[in-house]
Design a protein around this ligand. Structure first.
Ligand SMILES: [Mg+2]
Length: 363
């Protein structure tokens, strides 16, 4: 059985800006070209949900977005914040999210800066896959304070349509036998490949929903779209590709914790580190890896000085016990003169494993 999830971050760029600038919380935010008071060229890259209430969305000319924001302001709505695209910062966040994503799947295909397909077939049943999606959403929220929407289905096509179904912060599961009924009521525009032109042509012919297209024969669709019509005939029935291309695997899996108070209590720190090791080992297992070769410990002192120590293992390891032993061995010198002559308190401790080895791929 094949189970594919499509993960899509919600209003990604705008959500990062809103998160990083609490004073704009809840306000309409538009990331894109400089509006130059309505004279700007270029388009909207991302609008958050508050800005979407003004009718502002991705790919809209920035001048139009500006006008709509001004009109909303005149009606007494809150001011819209226009911001330039900060690609490097979004890229960093994306990278961290994809590392979390990678820990949950047997294989990942990153489709864009904020979208990825995950192969969850190794989990064997839909309930387990749905639970993994919930865990993934929780973990991304906890680590990055950002929400995403996930669609889970038997192929990429239906998973992608499903991830868009309950945005933001949605999770939609479409099992194979539900696919036709799930797709039927949706607007034809929801079908990837149907752009504005095809949409117009279809709606002129009275075909408004994917269900309407399900009524058409292969010959009908071939007459309308040629070769692609035959593909569309399969797509509207929820048939699609499930192999992931350009597979991407994480280089490392790790966790870290900043303590509520700086401390040098070896028992407390040791316990926290042991808990992190258990969680990291579980992520290695869930991620479909057979093990890891390198253990890396990060320590941040109260004065923010950060030190990393690592140990290459003689052989591939996978248990939480081994990870704990290795991590504690790296930690111990920080409690005495070897790594901490001034006996400074610690602010943060983290552990991560690198040089992961993948399980052989299932066909
Ligand atoms: Mg997105």
């Amino acid at each position: 059985m094949v189970m594919i999830a499509h993960l899509d971050m919600d209003a990604f760029f705008a959500a990062i800006e809103e998160r990083d600038n609490p004073r704009w919380k809840g306000m309409p935010i538009v990331v894109g070209s400089d509006p130059q008071e309505g004279r700007g060229r270029g388009v909207v890259s991302t609008a958050n949900y508050a800005a979407r209430k003004y009718g502002i969305r991705s790919a809209l000319p920035i001048s139009t977005a500006w006008r709509q924001a001004q009109e909303a302001l005149a009606r007494g709505g809150p001011e819209t914040i226009f911001l330039p695209v900060n690609g490097r910062r979004y890229g960093d966040v994306s990278h961290r999210i994809m590392e979390i994503v990678g820990a949950h799947a047997a294989a990942v295909e990153q489709a864009s800066v904020d979208e990825a397909y995950l192969d969850l077939s190794h989990l064997k049943d839909w309930r387990a896959a749905e639970a993994a999606c919930r865990r993934l959403k929780r973990e991304i929220l906890r680590a990055e304070r950002l929400t995403c929407s996930i669609g889970l289905a038997a192929n990429k096509l239906v998973a992608k349509i499903a991830s868009d179904f309950q945005k933001p912060d949605g999770l939609t599961v479409v099992r194979p036998r539900e696919a036709i009924r799930f797709l039927a009521p949706l607007d034809v525009r929801r079908m990837p490949g149907i752009g504005p032109k095809a949409e117009q042509a279809l709606k002129r012919g009275g075909h408004n929903t994917i269900g309407d297209l399900q009524q058409l024969t292969e010959a009908d669709l071939w007459g309308m779209f040629g070769e692609w019509g035959l593909e569309l005939y399969e797509m509207v029935r929820g048939h699609g590709e499930s192999a992931l291309s350009g597979e991407w695997t994480p280089k490392s899996i790790g966790e870290q914790e900043t303590f509520d108070e700086d401390t040098l209590d070896s028992r407390f720190i040791g316990e926290r580190l042991a808990a992190m090791c258990a969680s990291v080992a579980a992520q290695v297992r869930r991620g479909g890896f057979t093990g890891f070769r390198r253990v890396v410990l990060t320590v941040r002192f109260a004065d923010f000085r950060t030190v990393t120590r690592s140990h290459m293992l003689p052989m591939l390891e996978h248990t939480a016990g081994t990870l704990k032993t290795e991590a504690l061995r790296l930690l111990l010198p920080f409690f005495d003169r070897r790594e901490n002559p001034r006996r400074s308190a610690l602010r943060l401790v983290g552990v991560r494993v690198e040089e992961l080895e993948e399980k052989p791929r299932r066909a």
